[in-house]
Design a protein around this ligand. Structure first.
Ligand SMILES: [Fe+2]
Length: 333
């Protein structure tokens, strides 16, 4: 099928918000004793007054001194939304570990940073350096998930209701890491590599023509042939990227099904590693529970009805059961 290759369609441009360059931040968010790389200001009598130049570290003494003057907010100068996200990104490990910041706020900052980085990755799918940033997303998500089930529920409550490849990828990564942990996988390295694979599972869609990717109706045979190549495209695209083998294997295996009806290889049962089985169900679940061009989002209970009935044989029953348990859907309809 003829079709030009379009590489930026899976990450449409983000909506522009009105941006005030002086962004108020609670002092707890600033990492102590590090150079914050942004000028810091205080708001005094309606004017922003420079407090600390970007080249100087922010110390515990600074924090205490400001707290004594009842100054709980400091203003960070960020010229645009992207720079603001970089500020949060740089302080993310501190934000997640800081016991004085509520889980809800941590989840919010994490989700915004994660979707921002994911957008960056899917906008530049051939840039190996950008792809390497998937590690930042996974590491910080794992740190927050390790704080308990409350953190998981907070993150998923924020997930986008509309389907975009870059938000879907963050959702699938979050579900994957949480579900693998619930299934007893405790090896951090395995979880991290699985998380990277989950985040990048659909990167190959960047090589699928726009008219196929966004077609509002069913695909014809030729279109399906191209669409079904995206796992192999992704595997190929990541050959030079800093992505571990386990992560790349997920990319090529995420449409395989336990009963052998999947693609590209039609693998069966245990021939599909557990981590790929997990990504596969998380992918299907998130795709069903978000709004698509051709269908409205399904309720979680209805999505599982399809997973267990119409898609019977596609997924590992033990994984399905644990997923239902993880989402706390046991007694809900
Ligand atoms: Fe896919």
């Amino acid at each position: 099928m003829a079709g030009k290759i379009i590489t930026s369609t899976i990450a449409p441009e983000l909506p522009r918000k009105e941006h005030n360059p002086y962004h108020g931040v609670d002092l707890e968010f600033i990492t102590i004793d590090t150079v914050c790389d942004h000028d810091l200001f205080l708001l005094q009598e309606g004017r922003y007054v420079l407090y600390r130049k970007r080249s100087l570290p922010f110390s515990m003494k600074d924090k205490q001194r400001l707290e004594q003057t009842r100054n709980k907010t400091i203003y960070v100068f960020c010229a645009d939304e992207q720079e603001l996200r970089r500020f949060y990104e740089a302080n993310l490990p501190n934000i997640i570990e800081n016991p004085n910041i509520p889980t809800e706020k941590k989840a919010q900052v994490l989700y915004e940073c994660a979707t921002g980085i994911s957008h960056e990755i899917f906008s530049n799918p051939d840039n190996v350096e950008t792809i390497g940033k998937s590690k930042v997303v996974v590491d910080n998500t794992m740190s927050l998930l390790a704080k308990g089930s409350d953190a998981f529920l907070q993150i998923i409550s924020l997930s986008s209701h509309d389907y975009y490849t870059y938000t879907h990828s963050v959702n699938v990564m979050t579900f994957t890491v949480a579900l693998l942990s619930a299934l007893g996988i405790k090896d951090e390295r395995v979880l991290k590599e699985a998380g990277m694979g989950a985040l990048l599972h659909d990167i190959g869609k960047a090589k699928v023509p726009l008219e196929v990717l966004n077609k509002p109706g069913p695909l014809n045979d030729d279109e399906w042939t191209v669409m079904r190549k995206h796992p192999s495209f992704g595997f190929e695209m990541l050959s030079e990227a800093p992505v571990p083998e386990r992560g790349r294997d997920i990319v090529i295996q995420h449409h395989e099904k336990i009963n052998g009806v999947g693609y590209p290889y039609g693998l069966r049962g245990d021939a599909i590693p557990l981590i790929s089985q997990v990504v596969s169900i998380c992918d299907a679940y998130d795709a069903m529970t978000t709004n698509r061009v051709y269908q409205k989002a399904k309720k979680p209970f209805d999505a599982f009805k399809i997973i267990t009935k119409e898609m019977y044989g596609h997924f590992n029953p033990k994984v399905i059961e644990q997923f239902i348990f993880l989402l706390n859907l046991k007694n809900k309809k």
